[in-house]
Design a protein around this ligand. Structure first.
Ligand SMILES: [Zn+2]
Length: 166
């Protein structure tokens, strides 16, 4: 963290804080998880303070553990997809026949269902599979431009497989 300062409700001012690691046990969807969380403490009064970045990071660690246990695609892999195939998050969601916001929610960290996770994983791994979806469902897209753009990017990947790892 570049600037370890946050508002302390106890001191009623912005304060420096220290970060402590602790092992937490939580229940997620009926299952027990243990993970190392990071919590901020005010250097003046030692009270616990809320730091959004830390909370987000803690949640990600927990969700990553859930993804691993349930064999759900990682957030990193989800985020690669729109860039890899040069398609917007909403058009992609429509292309897959999902709600317009569904992919965006996953992109922001929501947990996909197992079924949707498998589709995303296949798309991420295989430009050929993605291209077949793009052809089959092109009429789901609102603009032909989105189709053309994404098709060009995907064909580029297929023509140059060494770029796939990047
Ligand atoms: Zn304080």
């Amino acid at each position: 963290m570049s600037n370890p300062i946050a508002f302390c409700p106890e001191c009623r001012q912005d304060v420096k804080y220290a970060i402590r690691e602790q092992t937490e046990s939580v229940n997620l969807k009926g299952e027990a998880y243990e993970f190392t969380s990071h919590t901020a403490y005010c250097e003046k009064c030692s009270g616990e303070i809320y730091v959004a970045e830390l909370e987000d990071a803690n949640l990600k660690v927990l969700y990553d553990a859930y993804r691993q246990r349930h064999d759900i695609i990682s957030l990193e892999d989800i985020r690669v997809i729109p860039e890899k195939y040069n398609i917007g998050k909403r058009p992609l969601s429509l292309l897959l026949g999902w709600g317009e916001q569904t992919f965006s929610r996953y992109y922001d960290g929501d947990m996909p269902t197992k079924q949707y996770s498998e589709i995303l994983r296949q798309i991420c791994a295989s430009p050929a599979y993605y291209l077949s979806l793009l052809e089959k469902n092109r009429d789901h897209l609102k603009s032909n431009k989105a189709y053309e753009k994404s098709k060009a990017a995907t064909e580029g990947l297929l023509a140059n497989p060494t770029a796939l790892s990047g």
